[in-house]
Design a binder for this molecule. Structure first.
Ligand code: ATP
Ligand code: MG
Length: 225
């Protein structure tokens, strides 16, 4: 295990206008860890995820990805750092088909057996396969969410950030995504999941951080929760 964390957030304050949203937030995720960032509605989970992506303004503190400070990085450098992000507002290409969404803009990854392929995506998300020629913007919310997660996996991210992956999905799909993330943990992937649903993270996350009213109130291995 490398000593340097993959993600390090230190003493971070974020404001939207004059409202302070994050108060001295700190967390770190090391190589191979699956960290759950737990908290209620409005606790600051999504803001923390956005700050890690360089998308929320930090007034104090810093975020580093493998030791490099995010605030000095251009968006394409962040993407090149092997970071895959599934935000709350699912990002898909609404005018394109499901299958185009899986392949558009993907860089060719290393030719390893862990590399994601369309076949592997359909094995994990069988509900997507019969939709392959449908226009993505006309899928249901849950179908779009599956597609957004699948699309991000197709980029073979070394670090995967998921904002509420279980939200609005049928229990069977939630279970499937949980299994997928458990498998990823076995491959040494580094994952950060923002979730309200603690049950989803049990048996899946190796560590948990709890945020409440913009402050980290608890950090532990999930067994201690
Ligand atoms: P949820 O579980 O509902 O997604 P969350 O933990 O992700 O909640 P955030 O989205 O980080 O919460 O929001 C934290 C606080 O910041 C909330 O009070 C929210 O209203 C506020 N907030 C978020 N985005 C903005 C914005 N762009 N402008 C002003 N306030 C914002
Ligand atoms: Mg949120």
């Amino acid at each position: 295990m490398s000593a340097q964390p993959v993600v390090q957030v230190e003493d971070l304050d974020v404001y939207y206008g004059t409202s302070q949203i994050l108060f001295g937030v700190g967390l770190s995720v090391r190589q191979g860890e699956t960290m759950a960032l737990l908290g209620r509605n409005g606790a600051g989970k999504s803001t923390t995820m956005k700050a890690i992506m360089g998308l929320a303004p930090a007034r104090r503190g810093k975020v580093t990805l493998r030791g490099r400070q995010v605030s000095g990085m251009k968006p394409h450098h962040i993407a090149r750092a092997g970071l895959g992000f599934v935000p709350e507002d699912r990002q898909i290409f609404p005018e394109h088909t499901v299958e185009d969404n899986l392949v558009i803009g993907q860089k060719k990854g290393p030719d390893g057996e862990d590399e994601w392929s369309i076949r592997r995506v359909y094995d994990v998300f069988p509900l997507l396969e019969p939709l392959r020629n449908r226009i993505a913007g006309r899928l249901s919310g849950g179908e779009q969410q599956m597609l957004a997660i699948a699309r991000t996996l197709m980029g073979n991210p070394a670090l995967l950030l998921l904002d509420e992956p279980s939200e609005g999905l049928a229990p069977i799909i939630v279970q499937r995504i949980g299994e997928l993330l458990r498998q990823l943990r076995g491959t040494g992937a580094t994952v950060l999941i923002a979730e309200q649903n603690m049950h989803f993270c049990l048996g899946l996350a190796s560590h948990a951080t709890v945020i409440d009213k913009g402050q980290i109130v608890y950090t532990s291995s999930i067994e201690e929760l």
